[in-house]
Design a protein around this ligand. Structure first.
Ligand SMILES: *[C@@H]1O[C@H](CO)[C@@H](O)[C@H](O)[C@H]1NC(C)=O
Ligand SMILES: *[C@@H]1O[C@H](CO)[C@@H](O)[C@H](O)[C@H]1NC(C)=O
Ligand SMILES: *[C@@H]1O[C@H](CO)[C@@H](O)[C@H](O)[C@H]1NC(C)=O
Ligand SMILES: *[C@@H]1O[C@H](CO)[C@@H](O)[C@H](O)[C@H]1NC(C)=O
Ligand SMILES: CC(=O)N[C@H]1CO[C@H](CO)[C@@H](O)[C@@H]1O
Length: 304
């Protein structure tokens, strides 16, 4: 090949490349979803990372991974040390250990050899989206639970149920989750429906409520001692808890027995923090939270 031919070839190739780039640009501006600038590209990368962190944190709710995290006392690295947030209707947590407990402790038993307690066996993503210009991911995830007792009694409504978690994670500049706000949709209705055949087998709602009272009093006697004692004695505990409305997990942050049942699960992890929640005062957790807290508490921005 002569040098003239070679120059012509190079020139032609350059022209062709320029023309192609022009065409690509035209196509890009015609397509509103195509990356148009560097900021958009950065947002897409950040969106991908935020979604990965969201999946990673929520997939760990599966037991016994969740149990190991709860017992380790170390929240997954995806969380900012300053994370706070709420899970409606379970409650609000101001610290990263609160996040650890609400997300992972409540996902199954604390004992690897426990074969009867309900546990999360799977997490399924329904949808997940980022909003441009915001460091946040909105999602609906299903936590799939199995209750071995319902399996044993061959429950006519089945031994499995889904909790739908619908909400948002907010991220800090370092890409860590610094706030979360999600609903466990109709937590009480789902739980009540699943457990109904078991409650019937036990002998009805009163007998079942008595089991709940005994469970909370056991936790209190075992862990809430010394200067964090809540009840004078067993009778004191039973009498007080029997006087409360049972309600259900749709009111898990109110002054009732169901709230104390939920917080009794947290007591073994940090008695000094959780004992007051199962006591007479409800310790700011099992108290009458007004509905407008949904609007006055703002978890859409991070505190830092
Ligand atoms: C669970 O059971 C195994 C086998 O029986 C036993 O070795 C282990 O110590 C138990 N673990 C706990 C936490 O009780
Ligand atoms: C749980 O959700 C899955 C979808 O992921 C669905 O197929 C299944 O029927 C649901 N189970 C119950 C008990 O609602
Ligand atoms: C209980 O005693 C411990 C150790 O002395 C102390 O750190 C803690 O603040 C006390 N708690 C209450 C509720 O008084
Ligand atoms: C239990 O505590 C209550 C309330 O302080 C007290 O009146 C009662 O005598 C105690 N009962 C026993 C058996 O100690
Ligand atoms: C919904 C519900 O049952 N809430 C009750 C919880 O318990 C307190 C009293 O302890 C009641 O005032 C609430 O109505």
């Amino acid at each position: 090949m002569s040098s003239t031919t070679s120059r012509t070839t190079v020139l032609l190739a350059l022209l062709l490349a320029t023309a192609l780039a022009g065409l690509q640009q035209a196509a890009a501006s015609a397509d509103p979803t195509a990356p148009v600038d560097a900021a958009h590209m950065r947002w897409r990368t950040s969106c991908k990372k935020m979604k990965e962190a969201t999946r990673s944190v929520l997939n760990k709710v599966v037991w016994p991974t969740s149990m190991k995290i709860a017992l380790s006392g170390v929240p997954p690295a995806e969380f900012s040390p300053k994370v706070n947030g709420r899970i409606v209707p379970v409650g609000t947590c101001q610290t990263n250990l609160g996040a650890l407990e609400y997300l992972y402790r409540l996902a199954g038993p604390l004992d690897i050899n426990d074969t009867t307690s309900a546990r999360c066996v799977g997490v399924k993503e329904r949808w997940m989206v980022c909003e441009q210009g915001k460091r946040q991911v909105a999602f609906e995830m299903l936590f799939q639970y199995v209750n071995p007792v319902l399996q044993q009694i061959n429950s006519p409504v089945g031994a499995t149920y889904n909790f739908s978690a619908l909400g948002v994670f907010v991220f800090d500049r370092a890409g860590r989750i610094c706030s979360y706000d999600y609903d466990l949709r109709r937590l009480g209705l789902v739980t009540d429906s699943a457990l109904a055949p078991m409650v019937q087998l036990i002998g009805g709602p009163e007998k079942y409520a008595e089991q709940l009272v005994q469970g909370v009093c056991q936790a209190s006697a075992a862990f809430c001692t010394g200067n964090i004692t809540q009840y004078a004695n067993q009778t004191d505990c039973e009498t007080f808890l029997r006087s409360l409305p049972v309600s259900n997990f749709d009111n898990a942050d109110q002054d009732n027995l169901s709230c104390r049942v939920l917080h009794a699960m947290l007591v073994p992890l940090r008695p000094a923090v959780h004992c007051s929640h199962i006591g007479k005062t409800g310790g700011s957790k099992c108290v009458p939270h007004p509905p407008n807290l949904l609007f006055t508490d703002d978890f859409s921005v991070c505190s830092t």
